[in-house]
Design a protein. Structure first.
Length: 150
């Protein structure tokens, strides 16, 4: 995004409060300051990029719980999203991307058709977070360009 001259923020689910499923969702909606700050980031974004690891043939439950905590209707309704799947296997996270696409479309979030899959990510990602596979870098760059035009 920076190479395209576009500002971006990272909303890392590691920052979610440990107790958010009991302290910020359902009857506690709007009552957890730290959770609300992350929700506000998602709501303020024009476009979203989900980087999704494969977990038990789907996406991680913490992502679903975060999405469930977003205001409905609203939250990310009407936004546009790009999806990147990661896996240590050969399919590159296609199952999580399919599941997440269904959830996002239900919420009224348009999903960019070009979903990037990064198989065998453990072999192509350094400990510092650098991708070593030129094809992956190219696919991500093309996706960014398409997302900005989406």
């Amino acid at each position: 995004m920076a190479e395209q001259g576009t500002d971006a923020q990272i909303l890392d689910l590691v920052l979610l409060p440990l107790d958010f499923t009991t302290s910020a969702l359902y009857h506690n909606t709007g009552q957890h300051t730290d959770f609300n700050r992350l929700v506000a980031m998602a709501e303020a974004a024009d476009k979203l990029v989900f980087v999704v690891p494969e977990y038990n043939c789907s996406f991680p439950g913490v992502l679903k719980a975060f999405i469930d905590g977003l205001p409905y209707p609203g939250g990310i309704r009407g936004k546009k999203a790009a999806l990147v799947g990661l896996s240590s296997g050969a399919q590159g996270g296609i199952l999580p991307l399919n599941h997440l696409t269904d959830v996002l479309m239900y919420l009224g979030t348009a999903v960019l058709p070009q979903r990037v899959r990064l198989p065998f990510i453990d072999k192509h990602l350094t400990a510092e977070g650098t991708l070593t596979e030129p094809l992956y870098q190219q696919l991500l760059q093309e996706q960014v360009e398409q997302l900005l035009a989406f």
